[in-house]
Design a protein around this ligand. Structure first.
Ligand SMILES: [Fe+2]
Length: 386
């Protein structure tokens, strides 16, 4: 008989407040979490877009003190997490508020770990290694993509080893996520496209994951349908309907992947992100078609369902025929979005492929892919899109 824990599944999400104006609740939410002095984690782009001025008004309205940490970049670094934790403790903060995309939110999660646990952030890479409760965390995501505001994942770059560390722990699940589609209005087109492809990757990988189950599947498949309906419009027109649609797609994809985990696209993407400092969504977008092509055989029913919500008329098709359309549909979307399809277009070096393949095989996300890949198979997937 299998060990009893092997048969247990769980489902966890933060409190979610969604809708136009959700950001106005950030002060009262921080106060409700016990805050008196807030560490506000963000990045310079978000400050320039004016959202932090609004956040500060909401904090001041609740008589909350605050200090801002904004030294955050794409692919957040280990030393930035350490700087933020130093500031949190020095200023006697009691709640963390993260406003921004995946980078400020992942940085905030790392800061939370170091604020109440010993050592450095590298010691927490892996599964459930955070032992002490972290400070309360309220998030307001500004991109419809990463799902970091919903998930128990944080990805932080190890700058010395030039690789990304995946931290997975129930402790770093945010307490409250304020999802305000207004915040997507200031997002540049290329970023909207890349983060939208990240959302699509989250939902597909969670849907076919070996840990998917009846509480994650409906969110995953609905997120795919929403991306299909709204991403192109969100990139081209930014109309309210499409921004609301993408914000819900991102939320549902986040709910699904935080509980069902991810797969080979993320496993192959993480080492590239560590070595090259490219946007995570862009890397996923290049890898998604080739990984889907390899995974299809191992989850035919689910890929047939995906084809249906991607608008393929699947009536009269066998499940193999229907599933076979998914890769083409994704390639077609990438083409319409005008995104690159090969890593050589992004200036990557083929010499790195053997090292990347080795790191990808060890990545946490590979464990829940619907099939296992040998080192040669991983290298072949990289070469196909190089
Ligand atoms: Fe992702």
């Amino acid at each position: 008989m299998a060990h009893i824990d092997d048969d247990l599944l769980k489902f966890e999400i933060p409190e979610v407040i969604h809708g136009i104006g959700a950001l106005t609740k950030i002060g009262c939410c921080a106060k409700r979490l016990g805050g008196e002095k807030i560490l506000l984690v963000t990045d310079p782009g978000i400050i320039r877009s004016g959202w932090i001025d609004e956040v500060i008004k909401h904090l001041e309205k609740e008589n909350l003190k605050y200090v801002v940490y904004d030294n955050v970049v794409t692919n957040p670094r280990d030393f930035q997490v350490e700087q933020g934790a130093y500031l949190y403790n020095r200023e006697n903060c009691d709640v963390i508020a993260a406003v921004g995309g995946g980078s400020p939110i992942d940085t905030a999660k790392g800061i939370g770990i170091l604020a109440s646990n010993h050592g450095n952030i590298h010691e927490y890479e892996g599964c459930n290694l955070v032992t002490q409760p972290v400070p309360p965390l309220v998030c307001a995501p500004t991109t419809a993509g990463t799902g970091a505001d919903i998930s128990q994942f944080a990805v932080v770059a190890d700058t010395r080893k030039k690789r990304k560390m995946t931290i997975l722990s129930r402790s770093i699940m945010p307490d409250i996520s304020l999802i305000d589609p207004r915040l997507l209005q200031t997002k540049p087109e290329d970023l909207m496209a890349a983060t939208g492809m990240d959302t699509l990757t989250h939902s597909i990988e969670a849907y076919v994951s070996s840990l998917s189950w009846p509480l994650t599947d409906p969110h995953a498949i609905h997120a795919i349908e929403l991306v299909w309906r709204h991403l192109l419009n969100a990139v081209r027109n930014k109309n309210v309907d499409s921004l609301v649609g993408m914000s819900i797609a991102c939320l549902e994809a986040g709910v699904a992947f935080s509980n069902a985990i991810l797969g080979a696209v993320h496993a192959l993407a993480h080492p590239i992100g560590g070595l090259y400092d490219l946007h995570h969504g862009l890397i996923n977008s290049v890898l998604l078609p080739v990984v889907v092509g390899q995974n299809m055989e191992h989850a035919k029913d689910k890929f047939a369902n995906i084809a249906r919500v991607m608008g393929v008329e699947t009536r009269g098709m066998t499940r193999e025929e229907a599933a076979g359309h998914v890769r083409y549909q994704i390639e077609n979307l990438i083409h319409k979005l005008g995104m690159p399809t090969r890593f050589s277009q992004l200036g990557l070096d083929t010499e790195d492929i053997p090292l990347l393949a080795k790191l990808a095989q060890q990545d946490l996300c590979m464990m829940t892919n619907p099939c296992c890949f040998s080192l040669d198979e991983i290298e072949a997937m990289y070469r196909e899109v190089w």
